[in-house]
Design a protein around this ligand. Structure first.
Ligand code: UDP
Ligand code: MG
Length: 150
């Protein structure tokens, strides 16, 4: 099963949107494998966003991401990475469709409340970075009512 790393950013935490974001992934049918409130170091965030290090917005991004605690989580399910990105909406909330998390709850690209892994490979790297101790594995009875048996 696919796994994705979803993170409520400092503005999402401050604005009381943790529950709303958890709710959407839960109601979709994805399985929660890890969840933690944390205050990451600048170094940790630079590692998370290392592919963006050369971008002009990188210093501002790191400042934003270290402005308060974040909530990291791992969600598991069929197509969790691609579907998770769709649930988040476009990077710039101005381009995010209503009904998506960013489309419904924020306005500016530099305060877009939530992170989601963009590929399966990056998801696995991010899960290893944020949850080096590992994540939970368990059976969820709901799965019998979510996935077709073939
Ligand atoms: N970002 C920004 N300005 C930009 C592009 C991105 O401040 O012009 C921030 C924004 O918070 C975004 C994050 O940098 O979520 C990571 O950028 P990425 O391109 O990976 O977008 P995402 O994967 O988060 O949609
Ligand atoms: Mg990204």
């Amino acid at each position: 099963m696919e796994r994705t790393y979803i993170m409520v950013k400092p503005d999402g935490v401050q604005r009381g949107l943790v529950g709303e974001i958890v709710k959407r992934f839960e109601q979709k049918g994805f399985k929660l494998a890890a969840l933690r409130l944390m205050t990451p170091t600048e170094e940790h965030l630079k590692q998370h966003y290392k592919d963006l290090a050369e971008k002009p917005f990188f210093p501002g991004l790191i400042k934003y991401m270290t402005s308060g605690p974040v909530v990291g989580m791992v969600w598991v399910g069929k197509g969790a990475v691609t579907t998770g990105r769709k649930m988040l909406g476009a990077t710039n909330p101005a381009d995010s469709a209503p009904g998506t998390i960013r489309g419904d709850f924020c306005i500016e690209v530099g305060m877009n409340i939530c992170h989601g892994s963009d590929t399966v490979e990056n998801a696995e790297a991010e899960i290893a970075l944020w949850f080096p101790e590992g994540v939970a594995t368990y059976e969820k009875s709901e799965d019998a009512w979510l996935y077709e048996k073939r």
